[in-house]
Design a protein around this ligand. Structure first.
Ligand code: UDX
Length: 429
């Protein structure tokens, strides 16, 4: 089938490439000329394991191409996916101006029946607005349907999430569009959840908000554990065996970051408010998440007593492992606060350093874990890269001025760290 993916950001590029991989002909459209040029030259603008060879393979196979022309995309496709960004406005609301712009442009060049698919994370009722906009600008009265097909891709494992999803949600109200969507996703074996358009839109917000809620719940529990002498990992293990709860997304630490959870939770709070419902539960999810970073900084301060003039090594910058994404990364707030208090901060991240360089001033970037450890009064672990799990603890200890490790992701065993001679602090243990 023929697909246009408008917007080659994270979701657009991964989804477009994967749709080509399952046999469709995909044209990725973006209005950023430089980006399209780079993509045409095989340069992938994001770090996502496995994406590079998949783009190459599908371009060479003639199923994937890139253009700046919406007209070219739309007129050679049956499906028009809208995958442009919906950044947060100052009040937490999602900015839908890019979606609206695309809807207008698509309407003006449509030449035949099209299924317009909302892929971007958007507030409930956006599909309705997209429908109205296309109808208004559709001067040739071409038939079309608007479908909501939310994405649930995690950065770092987006390709396998696409190929082996827990479910595919399709919000659709026309039989013709439904049949086409079923055919499009036929190669993927998983439950296909068909809903009305508004339910599909809410499913996306509800899913991300619920996962954020689980994380904040675990972080709140971790604080209770610290106050009582319980161990959060043991508590989660005990809870997680109950199938109704399960252990996923209950890892306590320094809170959630990234491009989705912070944005989507605050957007859902705002959407609810606009609808007349005060979603206090979600406000508390956000509050716990902010507090978690503050408590972690406090832990560093208490352990070091005086932060001024201390050399602190930070392990990890990305908001989570296997990505170079620095959006809403807790590392930024932590580093900036330590520097504000007069600490000298050295950092190392396996892939996020090039992105982070423009976001940090005065921070020293190191080539590996051992360069960070050299002369450090403390190490602070912010991102749970496997590389850190496997580091040579003896060597690290010898290189440090003081063997203090404050672990924001609970990746080490406190007993083992004590045996290794570290002053080891983690979260909720
Ligand atoms: C998320 C959703 O998982 C995905 O379905 C959606 O489409 C986009 O948003 P992503 O932002 O890539 O994906 O990351 P995810 O793996 O969900 O982690 C989000 C944040 O939560 C990270 O900062 C991570 O460190 C944190 N987290 C996750 C925890 O603190 N504890 C956990 O148990 C799990």
């Amino acid at each position: 089938m023929r697909v246009s993916m408008i917007g080659t950001g994270y979701v657009g590029l991964v989804t477009g490439t994967c749709l080509a991989e399952i046999g469709h002909h995909v044209i990725c459209v973006d209005n950023n000329k430089d980006k399209v040029e780079s993509l045409k030259n095989g340069e992938i603008p994001i770090y996502e394991p496995g994406l590079d060879p998949l783009v190459k393979k599908n371009v060479e196979g003639g199923r994937l191409s890139f253009t700046t022309s919406i007209e070219e995309g739309v007129q050679n496709s049956d499906f028009i996916f809208i995958g442009v960004s919906t950044p947060p406005k100052a009040n937490g609301q999602a900015d839908l101006s890019f979606v609206a712009q695309v809807a207008r442009e698509v309407a003006s060049v449509m030449d035949d029946y099209k299924v317009i698919v909302d892929k971007s994370t958007v507030p409930v009722r956006t599909a309705e607005k997209v429908y109205e906009t296309i109808k208004r600008y559709n001067s040739n009265k071409i038939e079309f349907d608007v479908v909501s097909n939310p994405e649930f891709l995690r950065e770092g494992s987006a390709i396998s999430d696409f190929m082996n999803p827990d479910r595919i949600v399709i919000g659709v109200e026309s039989e013709r569009a439904q049949k086409m969507m079923e055919e499009l996703y036929a190669p993927i074996k998983c439950p296909l959840i068909k809903t009305n358009v508004k339910s599909a839109e809410i499913i996306k917000h509800a899913s991300n908000s619920f996962l954020a809620l689980k994380i904040s719940f675990a972080n709140a529990l971790a604080n209770i554990c610290e106050l009582t002498g319980a161990d959060i990992n043991e508590v989660v293990e005990g809870m997680g065996h109950d199938k109704r709860i399960n252990k996923h997304f209950l890892n306590a630490g320094i809170g959630y970051g990234g491009s989705c959870f912070p944005k989507d939770v605050s957007a859902f709070i705002k959407i609810s408010e606009d609808l007349g419902y005060d979603f206090k539960l979600l406000k508390e999810v956000e509050h716990i998440n902010d507090l978690q970073k503050e408590l972690f900084i406090k832990k560093i301060e208490e352990t070091l007593w005086v932060v001024k003039d201390k050399t602190i090594g930070v392990l990890g910058l990305a908001f989570k492992p296997n990505t170079d994404d620095m959006r809403n990364a807790p590392s930024l707030d932590i580093i900036k606060q330590l520097e504000k208090e007069g600490a000298k901060v050295k950092v190392y991240d396996p892939v996020a350093m090039p992105h982070a360089k423009s976001m940090l001033n005065g921070t020293t970037f190191s080539k590996d874990v051992y360069e960070v450890a050299e002369g450090a009064d403390a190490l602070v672990l912010v991102t749970e890269w496997d590389e850190f799990r496997g580091m040579d603890l003896k060597r690290v200890k010898e290189l440090m001025s003081h063997p203090i490790l404050i672990d924001g992701r609970n990746i080490f065993d406190p007993k083992k760290m004590e045996e290794e001679g570290f002053v080891y602090k983690s979260v909720g243990r």
